[in-house]
Structures are given as structure tokens and as C-alpha cells.
Design a protein around this ligand. Structure first.
Ligand code: UDP
Length: 485
């Protein structure tokens, strides 16, 4: 590609699997189009990145990784706490976020030195817009969520409907959001109800303010999935944005790539596939709550009982860590013996993408993280929705209310550190409803149709592919005539 036509794009994801994974997909996507892509990250993630990038031999030379130290010591964090999932107490979490706010100086140096044509930075780095502006570099925001959640977040921020209700469990309608979507205050983070400018209130105010004055927003979604909300975000709420997803569908991944997303799996991928190969199509439910949500023993015990009572075959991912003891307090007596051949527990990290795309899969119990949601949709799976925090409560509404491909477990409380316990009957009932009967079949067939649309969106001429081309053309124009926008 001619130098004048070639873009150099910087990507700066937040230090969390759910943010790094789609960014790697983006980096590969731009490099596969002949553009230089540089990803900035901390040493903890470099190893993972190098492995993935080495494999992209055809265009791998266009991908560059720049490392910056994560300032643990300066912020009172232990040296091992380098990824959001490791910040497992309120104190660590607060220090972790504080540490990220000090990365601006280093970013400044890198931008000054390399002068890329564009910076795609995580929404959790609101300060990145001003740093990029010092060098005339346009900053695109990557929120890592869908249009529906983006619209809902803006409307809650602008109109503050939660301030008009008297109790945390009173539902309120989100104003100016198509579709009569209601929520309760308990499904919002504490800082949305807090008028005192704490660390997180400040961060989210800055994120919302930065949205208004960045170059635009990149959305890992496709138009056919949520056209009303894509239009509303642009025309109704006034945000310049490009939908370019599902990002992971562009790059043809082999089995190893699909197994090693985000971390090395805790189970041998062949063992997992063999287990699934022995099952009938659509017969297994996959239960996983992403990289952050960590349920306590009491909640895990309820899930175990619920799964057993549902009578469905399952793969259940349980985070490693405090549940590792010799005596598993979170499992009913004799559970593993009774479930032999029927249920597979993965302790740690699962090869999720590989599992979801297996024909034995019939449903997905998910925390509604956007990556998992999109992976479920692309695999044509209906979902039991069990949101825990962040955009997950909005994603749940999209899945159940707008798309009609899910059953809600009805969790009403946002919590970074689990407080409420959902009873076993909630799991049993939702899983049974999702897997058996006419309603289940209808949801599955709608999910399949959406999965097909997703594939079409990233093909040449598809909606996401066209939006990606438009973005690249706009950035090229800007590179030639810097004041053109
Ligand atoms: N993931 C995985 N194995 C696991 C747990 C998660 O591969 O055991 C991947 C999952 O496929 C998704 C990402 O990690 O791509 C999680 O992102 P998501 O937005 O769903 O949730 P978060 O972890 O940010 O809460």
C-alpha cells in the first residue's frame, strides 16, 4: 500500500480481558486491510498479545506492541495486580482505577514520538481525548458495548430519571429511549445515585463529557441487530459513530485461536471438544459469567442445585481463586459424581468461543457482558440473562425485551462484590424455559437468524464492512488534508 494511503492507528485498551479481546480483533482487522496498528498495553498483557500476533504472519509485520509499566507501587497496589479481574476488593479496585489515571503522561510521550493518524482509546480513559488533541490526533472512543446500552447510558445521564423515584426498587422509564425500557435504581451503580463527587462519580462524569467532544465512537455491533438504537444514537442523541462488528467474525480463526482468547484455557481444548462431540445438537447449556463477576460459595451452591434440578446437560465455568480449597463448599454433596458425563465444570478460564460454536450448544447462561452477548448471538444461541454490573443490565433488556432471545433470571442489584443471592429455583426455572418447549424453539430460531445476519454484516458490502470502509476513507482524507473535519 502507498505510504500516503496507509494509516497508522494507535489502540489503547483498558487492562481487562473484556476490553483487550475485542481490541486485538480490531488491531488485526486494520492490519489485515494494510494499515499499521499499534497496541499500547502493560507487561501483563504483552505475552498474550505477542502469541496472537505472531500467528497473524501474513500481516503481522504491520502490528506493533508498545509497553508501558502499570504504576502499581506508586498507587499502593501489589505488583501482581495488573488486570481488572485481579482488583478483587473495593480498596484494590479504587487503587487500580487511580493508577490508570496516571497513564496520560506516558501516552503523551508515545503520541509525540509516533504521531499516529488516529487514537482508538478505551472509554475508561476519558483524559485520552485531550492528550491526543495536543498533537492534532483524532481520538475515537471504544466503549465495547452496543448502541442500545450507549443510548440508555446517555439518556440516564442526561435526564436522571432515577432521581425522581423514592425507592431503589421502584421502576422508572428511561426518557427519550425508544421501546419503553424501565429500570430500577438498584440496577444502576452507586455513583449514579451519589451527588458527592467520589472517584467513580468523577470518572463517569468525565466519560460522559468526553463522549460529546471526541472525534467519534467505534461500536462493536451490527446495524441489523439494533437499527432503531443505532439511528437514535446518531440522529436522536447526536453522536458520530461507526458500527464495525462483530469484530471477531472478520478474522478467520483456527481452533487454537478460538480456544485462546484472553487467557490460556484451564481445560485441554480437545478434552472439551470430545465431551461436546458426545452430545446431541442443541442439548447443552453453557454457564459463564465473564472475567470479572465472582460469585461467593453460597451463590455457587444455589446455581449447582438449580442446574441439577433443571435436568439439562451443562458446562459450567467457575472462576479460580477463593473456591479452590480441597473441600469444595460450593458444591452439593456428591454433585460431581451424580453429574458425571452430564455436567462439565471448568475451574478457571474456558475456551468460550470454541464451546459456544459447537453444535451441541443449546443455550447460554450469561452475565450479559457485551463480548459474551455478541458471541452468543453469533452462535445463534438463546440466553438466560444474569447481569451483575455495568452495561450488563442494559444488554439484558436488549436480549430479552427487544430481540426476544432470552429469559431473565431477574437479578435486580448491581454489585461488583456480590451481596444478594439468587435462589436455586431462579436458575432451574430460567434454564428449563430456555432449553425446553415451544417458546425455547422460537427464541432459538430468532437467535439463529440474528447469527446469520451478523455474518452478512462483516462480508464485503455488508453493513459493518461498509461502515468500516467509510471510516478508513474518512481517516485517509483527514491524513491528506488535516483540517478537513
Ligand atoms: N471468556 C473466555 N473464557 C472464560 C471467560 C470469558 O474466553 O472463561 C471471554 C469471553 O469469550 C469474552 C470475554 O472473555 O470474549 C469476556 O468479556 P465480556 O464482555 O463478556 O465480559 P467481562 O469479562 O468484561 O465482564
Amino acid at each position: 500500500m502507498e505510504k500516503t494511503q496507509q494509516l497508522h492507528i494507535f489502540f489503547f485498551p483498558f487492562m481487562a480481558q473484556g476490553h483487550i479481546i475485542p481490541t486485538i480483533d480490531m488491531v488485526k482487522l486494520f492490519a489485515s486491510r494494510g494499515h499499521k496498528a499499534t497496541i499500547i498495553t502493560t507487561p501483563y498483557y504483552v505475552l498474550l498479545l505477542s502469541k496472537t500476533i505472531q500467528k497473524t504472519s501474513v500481516y503481522g509485520s504491520l502490528i506493533n506492541v508498545l509497553t508501558l509499566e502499570f504504576p502499581c507501587a506508586e498507587n499502593g497496589l501489589p505488583q501482581w495486580c495488573q488486570s481488572l479481574d485481579m482488583a478483587s476488593t473495593p480498596d484494590l479496585l479504587s487503587k487500580f482505577f487511580k493508577a490508570t489515571t496516571t497513564l496520560g503522561t506516558k501516552l503523551d510521550q508515545l503520541l509525540q514520538q509516533h504521531r499516529p493518524d488516529c487514537l482508538v482509546a478505551d472509554m475508561l480513559f476519558p483524559w485520552a481525548t485531550d492528550v491526543a488533541a495536543r498533537y492534532g490526533i483524532p481520538r475515537l472512543i471504544f466503549h465495547g458495548t452496543c448502541f442500545f446500552a450507549l443510548c440508555a447510558t446517555v439518556c440516564v445521564y442526561r435526564y436522571a430519571p432515577h432521581k425522581d423515584v423514592t425507592s431503589d426498587c421502584d421502576p422508572f422509564l428511561i426518557p427519550n429511549l425508544p421501546g419503553e425500557i424501565s429500570l430500577t435504581r438498584s440496577q444502576l451503580p452507586d455513583f449514579d445515585t451519589d451527588d458527592v463527587e467520589t472517584q467513580f462519580v468523577k470518572l463517569f462524569r468525565e466519560i460522559n463529557e468526553t463522549n460529546e467532544r471526541s472525534y467519534g465512537v467505534l461500536v462493536n455491533s451490527f446495524y441489523e441487530l439494533e437499527r432503531v438504537y443505532a439511528d437514535h444514537y446518531r440522529k436522536g442523541l447526536g453522536f458520530k459513530s461507526w458500527h464495525i462488528g462483530p469484530l471477531f467474525l472478520y478474522n478467520k480463526m483456527d481452533e487454537e485461536d478460538r480456544a485462546n482468547r484472553g487467557m490460556e484455557p484451564s481445560i485441554d481444548e480437545h478434552e472439551c471438544m470430545n465431551w461436546l462431540n458426545s452430545k446431541k445438537p442443541n442439548s447443552v447449556i453453557y454457564v459463564c459469567f465473564g472475567s470479572l463477576a465472582d460469585f461467593d460459595d453460597a451463590q455457587l451452591l444455589e446455581i449447582a442445585h438449580g442446574l441439577e434440578a433443571s435436568g439439562q446437560e451443562f458446562i459450567w465455568v467457575v472462576k479460580k481463586g477463593k473456591h479452590e480449597g480441597v473441600k469444595a463448599e460450593w458444591l452439593p454433596v456428591g454433585f460431581e459424581k451424580r453429574m458425571e458425563g452430564k455436567g462439565l465444570i471448568i475451574r478457571g478460564w474456558a475456551p468460550q468461543m470454541l464451546i459456544l460454536q459447537h453444535e451441541a450448544m443449546g443455550g447460554f447462561v450469561t452475565h450479559c457482558g457485551w463480548n459474551s452477548t455478541l458471541e452468543g448471538i453469533c452462535a445463534g444461541l438463546p440466553m438466560v440473562t444474569w447481569p451483575v454490573l455495568a452495561d450488563q443490565f442494559y444488554n439484558e433488556k436488549l436480549i430479552t425485551q427487544i430481540l426476544g432471545i432470552g429469559v431473565s433470571i431477574d437479578n435486580r442489584r448491581w454489585s461488583m462484590f456480590m451481596v444478594d443471592c439468587m435462589k436455586r429455583e431462579a436458575t432451574e426455572n430460567a434454564v428449563s424455559r430456555l432449553m425446553v418447549g415451544e417458546e425455547a424453539e422460537e427464541m432459538r430460531s430468532r437467535a439463529r437468524a440474528l447469527g446469520e445476519m451478523a455474518k452478512g454484516a462483516v462480508e464485503e458490502g455488508g453493513s459493518s464492512c461498509s461502515d468500516l470502509n467509510a471510516l478508513i476513507e474518512e481517516l485517509k482524507q483527514r491524513k491528506m488534508v488535516p483540517d478537513s473535519s
